[in-house]
Write a protein that binds this ligand. Structure first.
Ligand code: SAH
Ligand code: SF4
Length: 362
């Protein structure tokens, strides 16, 4: 079957002509699938039944198969999708009390970067996703939200995989999110483990898409132990690329810091980090570690994190602690897939409405 989401405008037109239809039907169909965000081709009300019949015989809306879903008490939805070749990937939807709806999507099945505390890294790498597979994860949430009169507002590339290790498909997916779903560049964030050449290339794209860099440690020997890619591009090389990005894109950059007790939550570490970042237009996002299978570290406690933030502030470096989402349903990326393979998670398919007061503040 042909996946309509994977077709360019020209390819959709060609398909219709092949089916003996008028080319102008392509625009009508695009309006239905991306404008109205229908879930079934049958819902295209102003198209002749015969046209819909011909289309349904050869094409479908999307190629991801829902394999498992869990809904957290805070409204966070975690999903596992099965791809056509049987690979499993995860997507997450996070509703916020201010109305924002953020999708967290995967760029690869598995990951080759091997970060020791990351569930995806512990699984190893299977393959790159296509731009259509990346895009559809957001599209699925967008169309289910549309059915309830809501809108997908933000997308973050913080699911499984390293987006800059699959650079072309990631960038193509970003363009689809902007063009087809009308999500503004400023509402899209790419998170990278620190592939310096791709950070420079991304700076040259001239997009207003936000960039987050996973730093987690302020000295090379220890960062290399947690994030093996640091042996290829060390902190100096990484921060040079980040400076280039800030200057070229004229944007602030975010650094992610998975706070691990006794590992990277001390005052000395904060001072070393402050010195490294004081000349960079940046912000630090602190994420208390989510425990994962093979890694024995535990999350830093709130008091240490507060002292860490004060020390950072003295270098003029601002930080925030990211609200942990879905803590009752295995919050860390990669954990739901692990659970499925084990096997535990149960499949379900509806987005449950939740009371406003239960939603976390942004
Ligand atoms: N590969 C990209 C994006 C996906 S990971 C990257 O590494 O940036 C998204 C974020 O989650 C990264 O900052 C990553 O370091 C962080 N992360 C991974 N495992 C984690 C864990 N167990 N606890 C907290 N954060 C984690
Ligand atoms: Fe890959 Fe990011 Fe996990 Fe590292 S933290 S293994 S780069 S997904």
């Amino acid at each position: 079957m042909i996946n309509l989401y994977a077709l360019t405008d020209a390819q959709l037109r060609d398909l219709l002509v092949e089916l003996g239809e008028k080319p102008f039907r392509a625009q009508q169909i695009r309006d239905w699938i991306y404008g109205q965000r229908i879930e079934r081709l049958d819902d295209m009300r102003n198209l002749p039944r015969a046209t819909i019949g011909k289309l349904t015989a050869v094409a479908e809306l999307g190629e991801l198969k829902l394999a498992a879903q869990q809904v957290s008490r805070d409204g966070t939805i975690k999903r596992v999708y099965e791809l056509r070749d049987g690979q499993l990937i995860e997507s997450v939807l996070m509703p916020y009390a201010d109305g924002r709806m953020t999708a967290c999507i995967s760029s690869q099945a598995g990951c080759a970067m091997g970060c020791v505390f990351c569930a995806t890294g512990q699984m190893g790498f299977s393959r790159n996703l296509t731009s259509a597979e990346i895009f559809e994860q957001a599209m699925r949430f967008a169309r289910e939200l549309a059915a309830r009169g809501q809108r997908l507002s933000n997308v973050v590339f913080m699911g499984m995989g390293e987006p800059f290790h699959n650079y072309e498909a990631t960038l193509a997916a970003v363009h689809l999110l902007m063009r087809r779903l009308g999500i503004g560049a400023r509402h899209i964030t790419i998170s990278t483990v620190g592939l310096a050449p791709q950070i420079r290339r991304f700076a040259d794209e001239g997009l207003q898409v936000k960039l987050a860099v996973s730093l987690h440690k302020s000295d090379d020997a220890q960062r290399s132990k947690l994030l093996p890619i640091n042996r290829r591009w060390d902190i100096a090389a990484l921060l040079d690329a980040c400076r280039y990005y800030c200057a070229r894109a004229n944007r602030r950059i975010s650094f992610e810091w998975a706070a691990i007790a006794g590992e990277n939550d001390t005052i000395e570490e904060a001072r070393r980090l402050g010195r490294l970042l004081q000349d960079i237009n940046c912000h630090v996002n602190i994420i208390p570690l989510n425990p994962t299978g093979d890694y024995t570290g535990i999350p830093a406690d709130a008091r240490n994190i507060e002292a860490f933030q004060v020390a950072l502030r003295s270098f003029g470096v601002g930080s925030t602690v990211r609200v942990r989402r879905g803590i009752d349903i295995a919050a860390g990326c990669g954990q739901l897939k692990t659970a499925l393979l084990l096997p535990s998670a149960r499949a379900g398919s509806t987005i449950r409405a939740m009371p406003k007061e239960a939603m976390p503040q942004p």
